[in-house]
Design a binder for this molecule. Structure first.
Ligand code: ADP
Ligand code: ADP
Ligand code: ZN
Length: 852
């Protein structure tokens, strides 16, 4: 053991006898105040250990401290889901920074999620100056006389009240004042809270600080009255303490000098308020799109493209607000000539700059200083995680899962804890090796602040940076769940039994480029003049019947080009339904293709009724097989009897879900195992039919690998299971509810479903980071599957950072050079071996380093 960790002062989290999921009575010690990587092949039990055991137990103990034990007993989740473990010592609070994308229904943006937008709202409320939409002039402090004239021009004059606090006024003066007001046509005057008509004159109070409230009714105010009104108000202000406030029906009141009314046309702006700048609030939201920013339009019945993406992520911008989500009153308020929408559209970098230029412009520094103190650390956290290219108005539902995790991390960094255990799930996802360095620094900083940093990770570069590595395995599912190794990365490299070790010291194992023997491609799919998001009039070529990797730092424009432009453009050309494409000029060379398929990380189903077996088409032949068993035939059961989606053989208490949803105040909903069927989803009679001793429910509990063995003599079932194993999903349970699957698992299921189809016509497959969640061993398998597709005459385009996969590509399109406005161009393109020789980009440098 490494000296540091052998040191007696080292403190540890000690886990004994963990048996959750596939963990096999696991004992493991994790050093505290260290940067620890948990690794192992996919399905070996890493997430189970870290999330379902360590994190769940800490949360449970934490809840225990503030919920009385009697109510804990009522929370079945804690009885049921209690981690199966003998003991755990040395626990500290855990903070899980998870990876899953935000639910697509989420309307939050980067700005609202990080609270930066709230501080911008405050800034605009306090320092914003409304402008008049027709006169295009800032509505700024006017003299009392100008203001009065404007008030009388205001179309809403009849509802304006003027409130002037008064010192005791000499009786005769006030008498004069009121008489003149009446003559000018004012309707009512109010003392304190009593409303008097102007006739007869009220008894004059002599106590100080009474308010005089005038209701201005434009209809009855004589045109020549404005001058006199101003005179009266000046008088009132003189007797008052100099402040005259205008009060609207809504109850808002502003001092006279801030009265947001246009001198020229009497347009009354909404006085700036927090609600005015909120696109969730009726006061601020655009009435046409109700704050979604997208054109409402008729909701089409047929599903278009990615079913998971809501219209406010993808649809065309709302014609009323131009996508800003706010109404014209909100947009008319400016700070330093910018509306809040303009500021919200800025990237992290641009906003930092804008806040700095603001300082000398505004004299009300105190509030600005306070707001800057809140916003700048948040911007800095985003910057240090390589998210500087994100704009605040970006819907968080449109972020990739890696960006999502880094956004959550940034949120934590803005106010970090000390003495906590931070847990990350594959933080390297979506990160170019260049961005990885920055992430590592951030994680090391967290550790320096006295925290333990725990990452579930496959990326060899991360393992090498760790203080300590824990490897689970050796295999997946029942073949994993044991401790393979624990120690420093240097020790891991020497570990003979570790499936990971070889990848630590043999980065050059795979030769660069299968396109070594310069294969000449004659047919190319070409997209011309792509200009969406940050793309700078990009023209890109992709050889047909080849594997192309699209690379580049995150934010360089890979998905904008491939997923948002090329994919929908080709769909359109091939007559397939899809979402609208980002702007481009033309697409050529797609004649040889019959179909295009996007395999991304969006969920394959949100209902627990969807499971891998149903998705991949294994369940139908399984049900037929069960219905054909002698026992089933004798009882007259048909295949439907074995479905949990329709009544007949399923448990009706949970309607075949196997679990029940419990809604709870304050806490998120949770699920309990159905007590009637004990989670099996079926009635006892259905379960009594058995194949090789297994009921249909038992079969759903098998992993793909186990099932492949059980059904090895049933080709219709075996072939499909084999494909699922091929894509690295052998460890997955056939009946695991789809909502619990990770993005990477969903993507690989989509791939498996596709591979199981018999001989499809020439297809373009587009994959977005298919290596997510894959151990290097599994990446090798995935790579060979993709090449198998190419060998069958298909075309594959992959957005990828994993150098192991990139090294095997035929062709590379490298984007950059930077992110956001600094990217959006193609910096290197061609057959892999040529690119490596001819160019010098961050990707090429990383490729060279990895094969040295
Ligand atoms: P890893 O994180 O190493 O990829 P997991 O911890 O996700 O592995 O999975 C380990 C094993 O536990 C697998 O066999 C998997 O099928 C099983 N498993 C994961 N989640 C659940 C669950 N919610 N219910 C039952 N088994 C599960
Ligand atoms: P990559 O796939 O290389 O990580 P993206 O194509 O996602 O890069 O992003 C490229 C640029 O386009 C970034 O500046 C990003 O903020 C911007 N962008 C991406 N998606 C959207 C969107 N839905 N709305 C606005 N800007 C976007
Ligand atoms: Zn049930």
């Amino acid at each position: 053991m490494n000296e540091t960790f052998a040191d007696t002062s080292q403190t540890w989290i000690r886990i004994r006898g963990a048996r959750h999921h596939n963990l096999q009575n696991l004992d493991v010690d994790i050093p505290k105040n260290a940067f620890v990587a948990i690794t192992g092949v996919s399905g070996s039990g890493k997430s189970t250990l870290v999330f379902d055991v360590l994190h769940a137990e800490t949360q449970r103990r934490y809840l225990n401290t503030f919920l009385p034990s009697s109510s804990m007993a009522l929370l079945p989740t804690f009885r049921r889901e209690k981690p199966q473990v003998d003991s755990m010592e040395g626990l500290s609070p855990t903070i899980a920074v998870e990876q899953g994308r935000f639910p697509s229904q989420t309307r939050s943006t980067v700005g609202t999620f990080t609270d930066i937008y709230d501080f911008l709202r405050l800034l605009f409320t306090r320092l914003g100056i409304p402008t008049c939409p027709s006169c295009r002039q800032p509505i700024q402090s006017l003299t009392l006389r100008q203001m009065t004239e404007a008030l009388l021009r205001s179309p809403e004059g009849s509802r304006v009240m003027i409130l002037a606090p008064l010192q005791p006024v000499p009786e005769n003066k006030l008498g004069q004042l009121l008489t003149s007001l009446k003559r000018d046509g004012f309707m009512r005057v109010r003392w304190e809270n009593q409303v008097h008509s102007l006739d007869p004159l009220p008894i004059l109070p002599r106590r100080p600080q009474y308010a005089l409230e005038l209701v201005v009714d434009r209809v009855s105010v004589k045109p020549q009255a404005s001058g006199r009104l101003a005179g009266s108000l000046e008088l009132a202000a003189r007797y008052g303490q100099g402040t005259v406030r205008a009060v609207w029906d809504s109850g808002e009141s502003v001092t006279f000098s801030q009265l947001p009314i246009c001198f020229h046309c009497g347009y009354r702006a909404e006085p700036p308020s927090m609600a005015l700048f909120s696109f969730f609030h009726p006061k601020g939201m655009c009435p046409r799109c109700e704050g979604s920013g997208r054109e409402p339009g008729p909701r089409s019945k047929k599903k278009v493209g990615k079913e998971d993406e809501p219209f406010w992520v993808q649809g065309p911008p709302c014609t009323a607000c131009g996508g800003t989500r706010l109404n014209s009153r909100a947009l008319s308020v400016h700070v330093a000539n910018c509306s809040i929408a303009t500021v919200n559209a800025m990237t992290v970098t641009e906003l930092t700059h804008w806040l700095n230029t603001l300082m000398p412009l505004l004299h009300e520094e105190e509030i600005l200083t306070r707001i800057r103190q809140e916003i700048l650390p948040r911007l800095h956290a985003l910057l240090s995680l390589g998210l500087d290219y994100l704009s605040l108005d970006r819907p968080i539902a449109s972020l990739s899962s890696g960006e999502t995790q880094r956004l959550r991390l940034a949120q934590q960094l803005a106010a970090p804890f000390s003495g906590a255990v931070y847990i990350f799930d594959e933080p390297s996802v979506g990160l170019h090796s260049q961005d990885m360095q920055r992430l590592m620094e951030v994680l090391r900083d967290l550790r320096r602040q006295g925290n333990t940093v725990l990452v579930v990770e496959h990326d060899v570069a991360v393992l090498q940076e760790a203080d300590y590595v824990v490897e689970l395995g050796p295999g997946a599912g029942p073949k994993g769940g044991r401790l393979v190794f624990a120690g420093t990365p240097q020790q891991l490299a020497q570990c003979a039994v570790s499936p990971t070790a070889q990848f630590l010291h043999e980065p050059a194992a795979a030769p660069i480029g299968r396109g070594q023997s310069p294969k000449r491609w004659t047919q190319f799919l070409k997209i011309l003049g792509a200009k969406g998001h940050n793309l700078q009039n990009v023209t890109a070529r992709f050889p047909l019947r080849a594997l192309t990797c699209v690379t580049g730092v995150s934010g360089s424009g890979k998905s904008s080009l491939v997923v948002r432009t090329l994919y929908p453009a080709l769909c359109h050309a091939l007559g397939q339904a899809s979402v609208p494409s980002l702007p481009y000029e033309s697409i050529v060379g797609g004649e040889g293709l019959h179909r295009v398929l996007l395999m991304d990380q969006t969920s394959i189903g949100r209902l627990p009724k969807s499971v891998p077996a149903t998705y991949c088409g294994v369940f139908d032949p399984l049900r037929s097989l069960f219905a054909a068993l002698p026992e089933a035939r004798a009882r007259g059961y048909n295949p439907d009897r074995f479905s949990f989606n329709s009544p007949g053989g399923r448990c009706e208490h949970c309607r075949g879900d196997g679990r029940l949803r419990v809604e709870m105040l304050l806490l998120p909903d949770f699920y309990v195992t159905c007590p009637h069927c004990d989670g099996s989803r079926y009635e006892p009679e259905t379960l009594s039919v058995r194949f090789k001793g297994l009921s249909i429910a038992d079969v759903l509990r098998l992993s793909v690998t186990e099932a492949a063995d059980v059904f090895r003599h049933v080709p219709a079932i075996h072939r499909k299971l084999q494909v699922m194993e091929d894509v690295g999903l052998g460890y997955l349970q056939l009946g695991q509810p789809s909502p619990t699957l990770s993005g990477g698992e969903c993507q690989r299921l989509k791939l498996a479903k596709e591979l199981a189809r018999s001989a499809p016509k020439p297809t373009l497959y587009i994959l977005d980071e298919p290596t997510t969640g894959l151990h290097p061993q599994d990446v090798a398998r995935l790579t060979s599957i993709l090449h198998r597709l190419v060998a069958k005459g298909h075309t594959v385009i992959v957005i990828e950072h994993d150098l192991q996969l990139v090294r095997s590509a035929d062709y590379v399109v490298d984007m950059g050079p930077g992110a956001g406005p600094d990217g959006g161009r193609i910096v290197a393109e061609g057959p892999l071996n040529e690119v490596v020789q001819r160019f010098d980009t961050p990707t090429v440098r990383a490729l060279r380093a990895s094969t040295r």
